[in-house]
Design a protein around this ligand. Structure first.
Ligand code: CU
Ligand code: CU
Length: 466
């Protein structure tokens, strides 16, 4: 297998360029006057640049404008509008909306780099937007921004973003010596349902959230390949916390759309680790779904259990408040303020209620739990159960804590918990910061079997329908 390796200098240069444009975005957001409370609901659009039918154009990304040349952008009077421009063609561009203070961006010249403008739609009417680089407006880069029309848009059929909790590969063969694995991570950007009636533009590893569960053993070597499809709009990368080496692999994998990179590492510390995209603004890439876990099994492997599950917690920062239907744009301001609207297990609201974890009375259950975040600590708890063993911080070489009800998992951290199930019924997975359950964060473990009155005697919810 051949892996193209970008020089470290190129990767670092890329990373630093992007840091600069991310900082510009943040500063611009900060320069805006704080909107009064009634205007907190805002609207965001993402545009890229390229050629369509032989003419230069702004091209819509995500939602109703996806793929449209010079889409008409709309907002309600008084709304805060964010427009993110992603360079899609390596030609210098910017964006300017006539008539609004702050609605002119710096230029962005490298493919995959981005800038944002944030301004208030403080007058009604139709206003042109265009690229001010000489000649580009005439070459086709012009569209309309309309204040005062409906922003509603229809639902569409979209494949689920949810990786089922049961998607755990079998253990490695511990009777064999060290082996070599190839792990291919494809960085796919796509729309999916975040909740009933609400869609969002996710960024993923291998098309689902979380990314694939990677399972190796101590001493194995892993060839990591990162593929960024041609139709992506952003540079992506991967930092695996199981890696000993610069950036956890991120310096070797800053990957342009249409490109492929990679590196190899030897797993020299057992444990349960997070991996995530590490392209600036890193928190943005993680919030959009770019995280997963890698298990490095210790010598001799883990004790056998009857059921293994893979659950990850994440935050989503949408322009509108929790529960608003339609396509939701990303809010950089809310991300920087650490105010998510949604909290999710495995990518979407109710993902693990619709596809619950299951076990039978008398079985043992192991949950590999991690926090992609990017920002919030989880107080992980299963209502009505006690963890028999908690492998705190994902350490598999430290004796587990025993008889634990709630365990803390830092952002970017993991835990492995094990417990036997003795009583049938529905058990709810939560972060015990329970306000988050009102914003999407809950899952279900359904335990099937005969009642066990010696341990629990009373009416129980019948796990009907499962
Ligand atoms: Cu990324
Ligand atoms: Cu990290």
């Amino acid at each position: 297998m051949r892996i193209r390796r970008p020089t470290q200098a190129r990767a670092l240069l890329l990373a630093s360029c992007l840091v600069i444009s991310s900082i510009a975005t943040a500063q611009e957001a900060e320069q805006q006057p704080l909107p009064p409370a009634e205007y907190l609901s805002d609207v965001s659009y993402t545009l890229t640049t390229g050629l369509l039918e032989g003419r230069m154009a702004f091209i819509g990304v995500g939602g109703a404008i996806d793929g449209q040349a010079n889409p008409t952008l709309t907002a309600q009077p008084g709304q805060i509008v964010q427009i993110t421009l992603i360079n899609g063609d390596n030609v210098e561009h910017d964006i300017f909306v006539e008539g609004f203070a702050g609605a002119d961006s710096p230029t962005v010249s490298q493919r995959g780099a981005s800038v944002s403008i944030v301004f208030r739609a403080d007058q009604e009417g139709e206003f042109p937007y265009w690229c001010t680089v000489p000649g580009h407006r005439q070459a086709g880069m012009e569209g309309a921004f309309v204040v005062g029309e409906s922003t509603a848009e229809p639902q569409r059929d979209l494949p689920s973003i949810v990786r089922p909790a049961s998607d755990v590969p079998p253990p490695p063969d511990h009777t064999a010596g060290p082996v070599r694995h190839e792990v291919v991570l494809e960085t796919i950007e796509r729309d999916a349902f975040l909740a009933d009636g609400t869609t969002y533009r996710y960024w993923t590893f291998n098309n689902q959230v979380p990314g694939p569960f990677i399972r190796v053993k101590l001493g194995d070597t892993v060839d990591v390949v990162l593929e960024n499809p041609e139709d992506s709009n952003f540079i992506h990368s991967v930092d695996l916390h199981a890696v000993t080496g610069p950036g956890g692999g991120a310096v070797s994998t800053q990957t342009l759309p249409g490109d492929r990179t990679g590196f190899s590492f030897k797993a020299i510390n057992p444990g349960l680790y997070i991996y995530h995209c590490a392209t600036p603004m890193v928190a943005h890439h993680i919030a959009n779904g770019m995280y997963g876990m890698i298990l490095v099994e210790p010598e001799g492997g883990l004790p056998p259990v009857d059921r293994e599950y893979y659950v990850m917690q994440g935050e989503i920062y949408t322009a509108d408040v929790f529960g608003v239907p339609g396509h939701q744009a990303f809010s950089a301001t809310k991300l920087l303020n650490e105010h998510p609207e949604y909290y999710v297990f495995n990518g979407a609201v109710n993902a693990l209620n619709d596809q619950p974890l299951e076990a039978n009375v008398g079985e043992t259950v192991r949950i590999y739990f991690g926090v992609g975040g990017p920002n919030k600590i989880s107080s992980f708890h299963v209502i009505g159960e006690i963890f028999d063993r908690v492998y705190h911080e994902g350490s598999l070489t430290t004796d587990p804590l025993e008889d634990i009800h709630v365990t803390t998992v830092p952002s970017g951290g993991t835990v492995m918990v094990e417990f036997a199930v003795e009583v049938p019924g529905d058990y709810v997975l939560v972060d015990h910061a329970l306000s988050r359950a009102e914003r999407g964060l809950s899952g279900t473990l359904v335990v099937h079997g005969e009642p066990n009155p010696e341990i629990y005697d009373g009416p129980v919810n019948a796990p009907a329908g499962h």
